[in-house]
Write a protein that binds this ligand. Sequence first.
Ligand SMILES: O=C(O)CCC(=O)C(=O)O
Ligand SMILES: [Fe+2]
Length: 499
Amino acid sequence: MPPAAVLHCRTCGCTLFPSDFLHQPVRLMDASLRFHHSAACAPPRLLAAAAARLARTRPHDAHAALWPHDEPPLLFASRHGLLPLLRLLLSALAGVPHAAACLDALGRSGGTALHLAANRGDVPVAAALLAARASPLVRSVDDVAAGTPGGRLPLHAAAAAGSAGCAAALLGAARQAAAAQLCALDLDEQLAANVAWHAGHAALARALAAAAAAAAAAAAAAAAAAGGGGGGGAAVVGGGDGGGEGVREALAAVPAGGECSGEEARAQRQLCWLGVRERERWRLHVRGEPAMHRVHILRGEWSKAECTRLLRQLLACAAHDGWHTARHRHYATTDLPLWREAEAAAWVRARVGKAILPRMLAAFGLTSHRLALRESFLVRYDAAGQAALPPHRDSTLLSCNFLLNEDTEFDGGGTYFATPVQLEEHRKGAVSPADAEEAVQTAGMGTEGGGGPGYVAQTVRSSQGDCVFHCGQVLHGGALVTRGTRLVLVCFIDALDVE
Ligand SMILES: O=C(O)CCC(=O)C(=O)O
Ligand SMILES: [Fe+2]
């Protein structure tokens, strides 16, 4: 018979588990240890050890320093509603240089301690975190296990839990932050009001919807008074959702009377699952695929005459119909969907289908897929208006863009990548993948901020008629235009499995 296993807590030294846990999965042991630490182990001793470790930590991994097992204790305390432990941790954090990083760290379910408190409708825990200056404006990431969409604020979590108390605490935390919270759309383009509605909390949904409508109207009025126009007050409502079309559309989904039917709620849950799963599929696909982190530029893909004609058609259409501002729900952009101009749309579809999609298939090694052009837009950057687009991921696996006006008409601009990418330049005339290989030059133009000599670019700058194509799931944006106007045609492209 093997000797009975006796484990000792490494913090307080007490005997933990005799043979009960022998041959049990490590995960179970970890869970018991965590429970022991939070419930039994003397918190001051734990805190002293934690504070000492914290002092030796670099800021970017500060949130992981307090706890040896997969979750910082603040998140653990909040998840389980351990208010005395939470208070101790918060007081220990008060003098720590990286306190904000610890307070706003994301845990394993993709949210902060404040999300977890709001999830459980725990007003005292939420209030303690807010009093310690935890931010109500941190967005969660997709929780793949639970099928919960990312991009949610703690207010969305309070709405899902039907906790009017937590919602009031979050909205009361800072006056300017209230509008941003009310008008924030998650990755499924749902406001907190929509989340409450689909979770069956009709009264809370209506209260949040009314407050969001008022905040959006106030933001629009403030923008109009400042003479801004167009953007719908994005500056006022932080996060960039603005009081624009996305918010209006979402608000329309919360009716003035009645309850959400069970069927509607089920359908919405299913939609959320699909969205989360699809985004995860893309992420897995892109991760560990070096080809997906390469950016290609096709020089002179469209002639000057072709660009000028296309631009003339599209600008005439924009002058007549007006520009749109709701393509990127999380960022106000100024653009024109191509379907508005049938002839231009047909031309773009044909040219992209014939010349760009086959090159994308080859460049990204997607030979068992078929590519489909989902949408195309003309995007306008103006030094005086929407001058840049913050880093984001597109709604499709692949993207390409064409500069339509001359690069002398603006300064700055270009497609910006959050991490430097390897850039491959292709010259016109290379049609087959083999030819393309020969014509490729690894180019270093537009290199800014880091990267090896001549191989890596952070901002890719093109000339009129050039096509830049890349994986839409690599974090990217539109670099700041500091003078004039930059006009780019952007195409979103999906990869479909070949049946
Ligand atoms: O401006 C650019 O080059 C990038 C535009 C972009 O990423 C987008 O519109 O989704
Ligand atoms: Fe994009």
